[in-house]
Design a protein around this ligand. Sequence first.
Ligand code: BMA
Length: 376
Amino acid sequence: MDKKKISGKIIILLVGASILASCKSGKEQNMETPSKEIIAQLEAVKGKGILFGHQDDLAYGVDWYYPNGESDVKRVSGDFPAIFGWELGGLELGNTHNLDSVPFALMKQLAIEADKMGGINTFSWHAFSAIDSVSSWDTETKVVEHILPGGRYHKEFMVHLEKVAQFFLSLKREDGQQTPFIFRPWHEMDGSWFWWGDKHCTKEEYKKLFRLTIEFLRGKGLTQMVVAYSPDNKYNSVNEYLKYYPGDSLVDILGADNYHDFSIPGGEEKVVSKLHLAIEAAKTKNKLAAFTETGLEFVADSTWYTKKLGKVLSDPLVSKEISYVMVWRNDPKVHYYFPYPGHPAAGDAANMLANPGILLLNKFKEAKREASGETI
Ligand code: BMA
């Protein structure tokens, strides 16, 4: 396509993206919602390639902790990811480090840096309970019903939310503007391993918790916060996918986490069919779809990146509609999901990331420039 056509298409895309971002369709339309930079960017590059992301990428990797400018994705592929994942668990307790030992002060600095580099930050939250400070995985005590308005621990929970709000508000650009980010709270709710999971609260309680969280944060002025809804893989229809969906006015990205289906022989087909359901749900709501978490622990199959993940991402509907994919963190003491130089899967992962359908940071920046009609 020639440049003129590209620019024309792009202008339409960008106008469309900001209209979409500011005027959600349906009853819950909120005209006061300002357009969100991340949504406009993802809309503008949609279909040009899937952004690749990595949790904790800039903080540590296999055998290194916290030096500047390091990244296992870069070490293996030559470029940084386009999506940078971070984890807030522990912030709500007032801890200085998250549950994976990342200092929040460093996380703040690295997230600001990632934004400056042109990437997109996304935050997960394995929250400790506001009742007894037990971890997300401790499901012995019912939590959700007691932290909602009217519950005995509501006040304590609001203190937790305030800490999250203050952290997000501290993510400022050099010009004093907010750093845009994606927040993906209360994820994998269709499983029962977290205290907000399926068996530990009603769907209504879950939705109220989601609403309370997002409305509180928005009320703090976080107008550049993009919200992702991320079930795990326990659905087989759009209706099941949307079972816990809190409402169009609260969610911007319809996501899907899926590790498990990859562990079944031939499970890539299941991964694809579940992504198709998330895409279908997103389409009916005029929203974006993403593969919000995946990976193979220790990358134990040296061809997993090309033969499994790559195969899923090259499915025609997936490559057209999925905005980004993110693999989990590289902590040698616990587990890692991206290879390091010398790992048997390193060459294979680099090959998969070199595919034109995958956008690392530089290709993402190029796609954004192209989308805004600038000459490269
Ligand atoms: C899980 C594991 C845990 C970690 C948590 C939050 O999937 O990686 O070790 O504490 O995510 O990052």
